[in-house]
Design a protein around this ligand. Structure first.
Ligand code: FES
Length: 118
């Protein structure tokens, strides 16, 4: 495990990109839990972990002529700033195609310090 930052450096709904062993990794704080994703989008290797963080929108496809009944889910996503590919922060999976995903890393928080297993 490698120390990457202090808990207080990343507020809920924010991220920080760190470089560990030559690899850029985004550390995310989602409701006090920390997650880590490789900072390389599966589309064209864009800096995905620097993108906007949002709650995922859910809803069903409505009948013709009706508006969708949309709502926010408990899932959080990061949106790649280059072309908008969107990934679940907890799993690294693409929001529209779970067959696509960004590598994730194990995170440990101890004594207000965030450690990464790279
Ligand atoms: S490089 Fe991320 S969406 Fe294109």
């Amino acid at each position: 495990m490698i120390e990457v930052c202090k808990v207080g450096e990343i507020d809920h709904g924010e991220s920080k990109v760190v470089k560990v062993k030559g690899v850029e990794v985004g550390i995310f704080n989602i409701e006090g839990e920390f997650y880590a994703l490789l900072n390389s989008c599966q589309h064209q290797s864009g800096p995905v972990c620097t993108g906007d963080i949002r709650r995922r929108v859910g809803g069903d496809i409505p009948p013709l002529g009706k508006l969708p009944d949309e709502y926010f889910t408990d899932d959080y996503v990061v949106i790649c700033p280059w072309h908008g590919w969107t990934y679940d922060i907890r799993t690294g999976k693409h929001a529209g195609d779970p067959g696509i995903g960004i590598p994730t890393y194990k995170v440990l928080v101890e004594d207000q310090t965030v450690y990464l297993d790279v």
